[in-house]
Design a protein around this ligand. Structure first.
Ligand code: NDP
Ligand code: 2IT
Length: 449
């Protein structure tokens, strides 16, 4: 990765800045990819001539809509909904839905942009998209969540379809929300179209291992990175940020593969349990009771809750950021490096700032970017679509085995591509270039699209 963009890429980036003013996260995601594409343009000049990069940076379609809904007291609220249909060269738009007060167009565009390359890396037939709303689900009742999801889908359903656009979950959206959205889609479209959403419940078209897939996949990817260095997870101390869907199942698989997980967090702070995190307790607090992570210390008295401090100050061998974008900055990276961390794999999307990535590279810390390391979630969504298409449902063991094979293949593709393009060991280069080449080839084959 070069900090300065070469003369072919710099004008493209400037144009992205000009056309998408104020969308900082989108700029960051685009820049990170452009920084790795110089050698690709040198090897394949036709990609430059045909302006493939410029085309990829422009979403195919962006939908912004009003979501009116009523809370339990009768008060009316207006939220904003987004769906960015970024690229459909490889398949229907595919990507999650985020409910968080910070959501705006720039955040959905950064997520949709990264999704294009991530989905390409899975090797499965899925294009890239993302959606969400600035709705804050915290403290809302089940009924309020249902009314909100129904209102959102009343508008969005006309833009979806198993061959068009297939949303799933992300921050603030899990199986409960997917259920409410699926129910409303079914009413509006008058179609039981299972593969229009993924992350469904097992009784109504969901896939086994989808819930676990992103976190498990991140750990499978980390294992492959270690294996390439003749090392393993066995006995490693591990710190995982977040305590949502991705974090919980990253912790579960890390523990199953012999690591000791000692800390996790939510937006109010982190807990450290030097005896090893009690995962059943975390699941009960977060999945069943929907409480704050600080409640952990009520049952495990020796554990400590630390508010207002970064979890990255906890000494560890392996760090898995699984919460949100830009949660691990240069200062945090320095702490991790000083404390002897040897591997960082991104369960979240873009959790590591560009400065932190640079510091990890300089210190030779293994770094697995989200596009590759967290692709297991969307890959298993594609497996859910396969099961829906054949009206079948696979066992947990078989689905997990498919997931692990996919993660091994993604790792191999990134590793080999980084070598081929002159940056051995640089998974950022490997993931960006391998994903980009796959999408570009499809776009060139389809003419000027
Ligand atoms: P969840 O909503 O289940 O959990 C999110 C976790 O991150 C919570 O612990 C939450 O804490 C914390 N968090 C969220 N926003 C912030 C913030 N602004 N500051 C600090 N902490 C925050 O979401 P997921 O686990 O599904 O998603 C986590 C990350 O993984 C996201 O980056 C998402 O895009 C990415 N991802 C998700 C996939 C999936 O299949 N779900 C697939 C691939 C990537 P709190 O409860 O306090 O807000
Ligand atoms: O960021 C992601 O890859 C997701 N939130 C999952 C997308 C999906 O369609 O399963």
């Amino acid at each position: 990765m070069n900090r300065t963009l070469d003369e072919r890429l710099d004008p493209i980036y400037r144009d992205v800045l000009r056309r998408n003013a104020g969308e900082e996260e989108f700029h960051q995601a685009v820049r990170e990819v452009l920084e790795t594409l110089g050698p690709v343009l040198s090897k394949y000049p036709e990609l430059g001539e045909k302006k493939v990069i410029q085309r990829i940076c422009e979403p195919e379609r962006q939908i912004i809509f009003r979501i009116p809904w009523q809370d339990d007291s009768g008060e009316i609220h207006i939220n904003r909904g987004f769906r960015v249909q970024f690229n459909s060269a490889l398949g229907p738009y595919k990507g999650g839905t985020r409910f968080h007060p910070s959501v705006d167009l720039g955040i959905i565009k950064f997520l949709g942009f990264e999704q294009i390359f991530k989905n390409a890396l899975t090797g499965l037939p899925i294009g890239g998209g993302k959606g969400g709303s600035d709705f804050d689900p915290k403290g809302r009742s089940d009924d309020e969540i249902m009314r909100f999801c129904q209102s959102l889908m009343t508008e969005l359903y006309r833009h979806l379809g198993e061959y068009t656009d297939v949303p799933a979950g992300d921050i603030g959206v899990g199986q409960r929300e997917i259920g409410y959205m699926f129910g409303q889609y079914k009413r509006m479209a008058n179609r039981y179209e299972s593969a229009v959403l993924t992350g469904k419940g097992l009784d109504w078209g969901g896939s086994r291992a989808r819930k676990e897939a992103t976190g498990y996949g991140t750990v499978f990817f980390a294992q492959q990175m270690l294996k390439a260095k003749s090392d393993s997870l066995e006995g490693k101390t591990c710190v995982v940020s977040g305590s949502g869907n991705v974090a919980v199942y990253a912790m579960e698989k890390a523990i199953q593969r012999g690591a000791k997980v000692i800390a996790c967090s939510d937006s109010s702070g982190y807990i450290v349990d030097e005896k090893g995190i009690d995962l059943d307790l975390v699941k009960r607090i977060k999945e069943v009771e929907r409480r704050r992570i600080s409640a952990y210390t009520e049952s495990r008295k020796h554990a400590k809750f630390v508010g207002q401090q970064p979890i990255w100050e906890v000494k560890c061998d392996v760090a898995l950021p699984c919460a949100t974008q830009n949660e691990l900055n240069g200062k945090h990276a320095k702490l991790l490096v000083e404390n002897g961390c040897i591997l960082v794999a991104e369960g979240a999307n873009m959790p590591t700032t560009p400065e932190a990535i640079r510091l990890f590279r300089d210190a030779e810390v293994l770094f697995g970017p989200g596009k590759a390391a967290n692709a297991g979630g969307v890959a298993t969504s594609a497996l859910e679509m396969q099961q829906n298409a054949s009206r079948d449902s696979w066992s947990f063991e078989y689905t997990e085995q498919r997931l692990e094979e996919i993660m091994v293949n993604i790792h191999r593709r990134c590793y080999e591509t980084a070598e081929e393009f002159g940056s051995p060991g640089n998974y950022v280069v490997g993931a960006n270039v391998a994903g980009f080449l796959k999408v570009s080839r499809a776009m060139l084959a389809m003419g000027l699209i």
